[in-house]
Design a protein around this ligand. Structure first.
Ligand code: ZN
Length: 65
C-alpha cells in the first residue's frame, strides 16, 4: 500500500499500485509524479526515475490522440 500527499488539498491518498496515473480523490490534482510513501511506515519509497516518467507520459499523450 502506497501513500502520496497532495499539496493542493493537503490530504493523503492511498493506492495499492505504483503504476499508472494517480489523481487525488479529493481535489483531482495529478499526483502521478509525486513521491511514494509507505502507507504504514510513512517512509519514502523509491521515486520514479525522471526519464522513465517522461517517456511514460509521452506514451499516454500519444495514446489519447
Ligand atoms: Zn488533493
Amino acid at each position: 500500500m502506497y501513500r502520496k500527499n497532495c499539496d493542493r488539498c493537503h490530504r493523503p491518498s492511498y493506492s495499492s499500485s505504483e503504476h499508472g496515473m494517480w489523481n487525488c480523490p479529493i481535489c483531482g490534482n495529478d499526483l502521478t509524479a509525486y513521491p511514494f510513501f509507505n502507507a504504514v511506515t510513512l517512509e519514502r519509497v523509491g521515486a520514479v526515475p525522471k526519464g522513465k516518467l517522461e517517456s511514460y507520459r509521452y506514451v499516454l499523450n500519444n495514446g489519447n490522440q
